[in-house]
Design a protein around this ligand. Sequence first.
Ligand code: AMP
Length: 412
Amino acid sequence: MAFSKLGLAPAILEGVKAMGYVEPTPIQLRGIPLVLAGQDLIGSAQTGTGKTAAFALPILSRLGKHSSEAGPRALILEPTRELAAQVETFFRDYARFSDLKTTVIFGGVGYGRQNEQLRAGTDIVIATPGRLLDHLEQGTVRLDKVEFLVLDEADRMLDMGFLPDVRKIVERCSRQRHTALFSATIPPQIETLIQWAMRHPQTVEIGARRSPAETVKHVIYPVSDSQKTDLLVELLKRVNYDSVIVFCRTKHGADRVAHVLKRANHAVCVLHSNRTQREREQALRGFRDGRFEVLVATDIAARGLDIADVSHVINYDVPQHPEDYVHRIGRTGRAEATGDAFTIMIAEDSSHVFAIERFIGAKIPRVKLENFNYRYTVLFEEEKTGRAAGFPGRARAVRVHGGYHFAPGRRR
Ligand code: AMP
């Protein structure tokens, strides 16, 4: 099936061609016709599946031409500044053969340029909730002409405490609108939001909602707490990577790890919320254009950021929430590329690791680095006995990829 058969506007099709896309991805195949037909859509697909184009292309097609009416006709809400900036870039790229205008609105920067663009008239606003609310309060934007509303990464907006702001924003949008919502998981609060904000939505679910990108190879490296950093340095020495993101639990931890890696002569940049907007943009740009080979980040960078060709994701700290594991490793294995995801695990992480394995429905192989001077950790006992405490029921051990795969037994 080619893009040309989906009913997109000719100018937008040209934009798609210029991006080098040949065939629509599954979420695009199923989502684009629904949005074009004016259906409300719930998209349950991970990042890396092409979900941005799945809503951007039909919205741009329906908008057609620039309108000088006051107020945007499409509004896309994103949880983070980085995502908002990235999604706006996609909109601009897809719309480059049309005269449609886009504006990105987020906090941490001045109001001047945003006010100017809003005053000049824009068709599409891509925004984070807080700063958009400020503009609404100041009367610098109105949303009564919004025909298309997208709530992207809705579960992330929930996690970040944005749902009350999202509700206030939705209330200011026209009732005659189409709404699309994207979320990797649908917890009860999102279900309530769906009931309240959407009309007869159709759900498009791509793949199992919980499973991480299938092209990614997952491995866990058990190690004692005192050797985490040594193991990371050694891993980076031995792995043939192009670009790697190292995830840390805390900002302080990220700074410390970045410092150690710099000392080991890696070109490193850091991304976390204590950095200024300028520093964050510089880090991302440098990582994208290859000046930095290692990006050390906290979870703000995990969701949805489109960083091309990340060959490896390393969890220096095991994520506390299983969803974050899936989001973190969503950085690799994007759009059919393959990648590796390594997780460094210490004994205290056991319950989080088992929660992740239950969440993704698979056991992640434990692997040891050859000739690494390991100190003892109780985790090596688990490997010897072949039992996975905490995994539901009894575990049957099956060897895969040189590690162990535990198929869950039946609960008695
Ligand atoms: P997303 O899931 O929207 O974050 O998109 C992930 C990546 O896939 C982005 O780099 C897109 O440019 C790319 N992409 C989206 N749609 C297609 C397509 N039909 N063919 C090839 N690449 C695509």
